[in-house]
Design a protein. Structure first.
Length: 296
């Protein structure tokens, strides 16, 4: 069994991006600029945004966090998005999800200029992704693709089961892995809460991607000997022995499942850091597109 080491791959990606930013600055150009919009005071969202700011600092990007109160109206958020769309000093921005219940996430996603939609959640980028055209790919599925690529995992012709069908993880993951690309060229089955015979289906997978948010859901009997397992799930479980008061747990019962796998990603240290690295890659790409430099 070998580890799909997201922490180390993400570190490599950040180092590559930092070298490109140093080159831009040496040429007298400005640094890329990412804005994160944070609505309300959700603890996990605060952490995610703080991490994104730290990543920007590390690679030399400018970053700004714009905060709105939990009671901010949808109209106020839409007005902010219009400002960011028009702001020449902003290369890309994200609106951290989830949003408070009174805000329609779909309307927010629709309002973001596709050229600055570095989360890749808007219909324009999703459509381009489905067509296999250049697009901002959603950070988590793209991070998984990079993780597979950088470990030289052969996926062609393999049966891949994607567990979970959300718009931001499971569905785009299934599309990317079924495309004629490397990694890719999988025969993909997408499974969800209504799937019958889930355990048997998962056990037929050469590549199993889990994205459901159910701690330790995937047990050894659900995994084929020699499978590649990528655990996207992250759930915070209360843990008083940790300074944070919680620990992150994946969808896979790692201790039980790992001995059966050829490759497996841990939680933490697997997909999470790759997701963050993908956002940096998309931001640099947005910058280069906007400043009409060659694509990266
Ligand atoms: P989501 O929108 O809640 O979707 C969960 C999916 O899992 C749904 O399609 C749901 O099926 C399916 N599901 C739930 N329970 C199931 C069960 N018992 N059997 C089969 N399918 C089941 O979640 P998400 O946003 O995709 O995120 C999924 C997980 O990934 C979460 O733990 C999240 O925290 C994590 N995540 C991690 C990263 C990272 O960077 N590491 C990034 C994003 C998300 P239905 O559609 O039928 O309801």
């Amino acid at each position: 069994m070998q580890i799909l080491d997201g922490k180390s791959c993400a570190g490599q990606i950040r180092a590559e991006i930092a070298a490109q930013v140093r080159q831009l600055l040496a040429e007298g150009l400005r640094a890329p600029h990412l804005v994160a919009v944070l609505v309300g005071d959700d603890g996990a969202s605060e952490t995610y945004v703080a991490n994104k700011v730290r990543d920007c600092d590390e690679v030399g990007f400018n970053s700004t966090v714009t905060r709105l109160g939990a009671d901010a109206s949808e109209a106020k958020l839409l007005a902010l998005i219009a400002e960011l769309n028009a702001d020449d000093a902003v290369d890309g921005f994200i609106v951290q999800l989830p949003l408070p219940g009174h805000v329609d996430e779909h309307q927010i996603t629709l309002a973001i200029d596709p050229a600055k939609d570095v989360d890749g959640f808007g219909p324009s980028n999703v459509g381009l992704m489905c067509l296999g055209k250049p697009a901002f790919l959603p950070a988590t599925p793209n991070g998984v693709m990079e993780l597979l690529a950088r470990h030289d995992i052969e996926t062609e012709g393999r049966h891949c089961v994607v567990l979970g069908r959300s718009n931001i993880v499971g569905t785009p993951m299934s599309i990317l892995l079924s495309r004629n690309s490397r990694p890719g060229n999988c025969t993909v089955t997408i499974a969800h809460s209504r799937t019958r015979g889930l355990a048997k289906l998962c056990a037929s997978a050469d590549v199993l991607i889990t994205a459901i948010g159910k701690p330790h859901f995937v047990t050894a009997d659900m995994v084929k000997e020699g499978a590649v397992v990528v655990d996207v799930g992250t759930t915070r479980l209360a843990d008083s022995s940790r300074p944070s008061g919680f620990r992150l747990v994946g969808d896979v019962d790692f201790a039980q499942v790992a001995p059966k796998c050829s490759w497996i990603s841990p939680v933490p240290g697997g997909v999470g850091p790759m997701t963050r690295a993908s956002l940096l890659q998309n931001t640099l790409k947005a910058y280069r597109n906007r400043t009409r430099q060659d694509d990266v």
